[in-house]
Every structure is written in C-alpha cells, then in structure tokens.
Design a protein around this ligand. Sequence first.
Ligand SMILES: CC(=O)SCCNC(=O)CCNC(=O)[C@H](O)C(C)(C)COP(=O)(O)OP(=O)(O)OC[C@H]1O[C@@H](n2cnc3c(N)ncnc32)[C@H](O)[C@@H]1OP(=O)(O)O
Ligand SMILES: O=C([O-])CC(=O)C(=O)O
Length: 373
Amino acid sequence: MADNPTKGLADVVAASTALSDIDGKAGRLFYRGYDIHELAGRTSFEETAHLLQHGTLPTRQQLADYGAELVRGRTLGALVEANVAEIAEKQGPMEALRTLVSLTSAEDPDKESNEPEANCRKAARLTAQQPILVARYHAARTGAPLREPDPELSIAANFLLQITGRVPDQRAVDIFDACLVLHADHTMNASTFAARVCAATLSDMHSAIVAAIGTLKGPLHGGANEQVMRTLESIPSDGVARAVRDKLGRGEKIMGFGHRVYKTEDPRATHLRKMSRELGEAGGDDTYYRMSKEMEEVVFAEKGLYPNVDFYAATVYHYLGIPTDLFTPVFSVSRMSGWTAHVIEQHADNRLIRPDSEYIGERDQKWVAIDER
Ligand SMILES: CC(=O)SCCNC(=O)CCNC(=O)[C@H](O)C(C)(C)COP(=O)(O)OP(=O)(O)OC[C@H]1O[C@@H](n2cnc3c(N)ncnc32)[C@H](O)[C@@H]1OP(=O)(O)O
Ligand SMILES: O=C([O-])CC(=O)C(=O)O
C-alpha cells in the first residue's frame, strides 16, 4: 500500500495562528510579521516574549511592567523545593523539567482558569520560572550552591550566572539573549502542536506545557541539539568526513540536519553559525566550530541537506559553558514564550483538534473463543 501522503501531517494546516510564519522556500521566519533577522541581536528575549504573549513589541513602560512581572515570577514554590533533590537524582533534565513544571501548577494561583488574563499571568510566570527550574535542577544534582536570581539581570544574564556560577561577560549575554530570541516560536512544530492539542480539549496551560516539554525532548525535535554535541565529541577532529559518510552508509541520520519546512538554509542557523565562530575564536579553540563547518559541507555534498536550528546551537551553548545535557532544557527556556502564547491563542478561539486516521488493519474478523485461538 502506498504511504499516506499526509503521513506525519506533512503540509496539513492544523491551526490558524498570528504568532509566527515560515517561508520554507525562501528560508524566512517571522514573529507577528517581524522578520527574525530584524529581531535577533536588536530585540531582547523579554521584548520577544511580550511580542508573542501580548501581541506587540512593548513600549518602555510596558517592558518595565512586564519585566517586573517576570522578576516576580522567579520563584518555584515549596513543592518544587521539597522534591527537587530526589527528582534530580532519579530523572534526566528533560524528564525532571516535565515533572517540575507539573509541580509548579499545584501552587499557581490561576491554575483553575483558562480566562485570557489568567492565561497571560501564567504565561509570564512559566516563562520566568523555566530558566530558574533548569538552574535549580542543575544545582541539586551537582550539589553546588545556587546563586540567587539577580532582579537587575535579564533572563539571559541570570541564566548564565546561575548555570556557570560566574558573572558572564556582556558579549556572552548578548549572544545567549539572541539565541533565546531565535528559538522562541516556530509555527506548528511538534511540541507546539502537542501543546495546542492539549489546550484544545480546554485543559489548562500547565498541562499543555507538560505535553510540549515531553515532545521537545525527542531527538527528532529539540533533543537534536544535545545529539549534535555528542556526535562532535565522539569523532576525531580530522575524521569528520569519514564519520559522516560512515553514518550515512549505515542509514543513520545526522543530527542537526534536515527540516520538514525549510528547503533551504534555516534563517536561525545563519545567526548561530556566526555566533559559534565568534565564540570559538574568542575562546582560543574553535575546533568544534571548524568540525561543524566541515560536517555541514559534507552533509550537503552527500545528501543536499542544510543545518537546522539545533546544529550550530550546540557549539554556541558549549562555548558558553552550558553542560551538554542542558542544551534541550535551554531550548525549552526560550520556547516557553511561544508555547504559552499558542495556548493563549488556542483558548481564545477554540475548537477541539481531532484529526482522522486511515484504517490499515484487518476487516471482517470473526470472534473465536479463547480456548480455540
Ligand atoms: C528544532 C527542530 O526540531 S529542528 C529538527 C531537529 N531534528 C534533527 O536534527 C534530527 C535529524 N533530522 C531529521 O530526522 C529530519 O530531517 C526531520 C525529523 C527534522 C524532518 O523529518 P521529515 O520531514 O519527516 O523528513 P524525513 O525524515 O522523512 O526525511 C526525508 C529524507 O531525507 C533523509 N534525511 C532527513 N534528515 C536527515 C538527516 N538528518 N540525516 C540523514 N538523512 C536525512 C531521510 O532519511 C529521508 O530519506 P529517504 O527519502 O531516502 O528515506
Ligand atoms: O518547526 C519544526 O518542525 C522544528 C523547528 O525547527 C522548531 O521547532 O524550531
């Protein structure tokens, strides 16, 4: 039987959104009509989250108010504090985040409501909490003391401070902030779709976000950034071409390449490649950047595939001192802004999401008693 042409829902329009838009042929990405190239490096992650969740780039006053709301949201609650050590001992980072976000809902004052104002407040709290949860988890598993969040610092600066334990330099903060902007939203990617399916049953925002985190974890989606770094670490610096050809020969996928929508360069990769190069050179060892560049050339020559957002994000995060198994959690720190905006949008104009399936099983079966089977 021929494959279902919409297998994996390829090209199926599953939702209407005013949040983001992709031109896959031209390699362009827009947040609420703003080209990502206009935003990255010029607009902070906080401004981007406001754009997604509230519909506009904020004025100075709106940014001050929203920023204050985000700073107030940097608390995790007693239930998280009571359980984080045991969770950190027993669960990997993405599993732990799934559990910890679920725990934060127990103490969320708006947990019962799907009203627009309550959803906006929850969106801000979830966006503020996610980086703190990642840092709290990391501190619990390493036993290192956790630096208090600094209310004067942005989400990007505070995260680098809490994860590395060092005050980051301004260029590192600017680069990481731009990474958060670049990962914030991406139309009907798998984790956002999962969040919208959950929200469309009129379930609550935290439930939708838990579904999204579980979906981002997989290596075909957000989990690819960690796998890119593991691949780079597993091959000798002068053996990139051979390693790629061997993997392809075994029918393996090369993590960080290919995309359902982009048929040309992913516009986010354009920025991340430059950042990787800059950080590698500034740190005095750009080996992983150079290996990535060679890998990009070999994969293109062999398969005609372009790097996606996860490919150069891996070396950027590595150069910023972020542990490899926190790369996908970092993705979730950014994407929280988009997921929550999608839940707000879904609840504002809802219809149950319930696609059809094509039945390919047996028909006309006759029931047989258990002893005669
Ligand atoms: C944030 C993100 O989620 S970005 C994506 C992150 N994921 C990865 O980097 C994982 C590696 N990439 C992939 O698995 C895919 O390219 C996906 C999942 C991103 C897109 O998947 P799909 O649109 O379903 O494409 P699909 O997997 O069917 O690939 C089409 C063809 O290209 C090949 N292909 C696609 N990506 C790759 C890859 N990374 N390495 C090798 N071959 C690949 C497939 O084997 C397939 O070949 P075939 O037609 O000969 O069987
Ligand atoms: O859109 C997708 O399928 C995956 C992706 O690039 C993202 O979520 O950023």
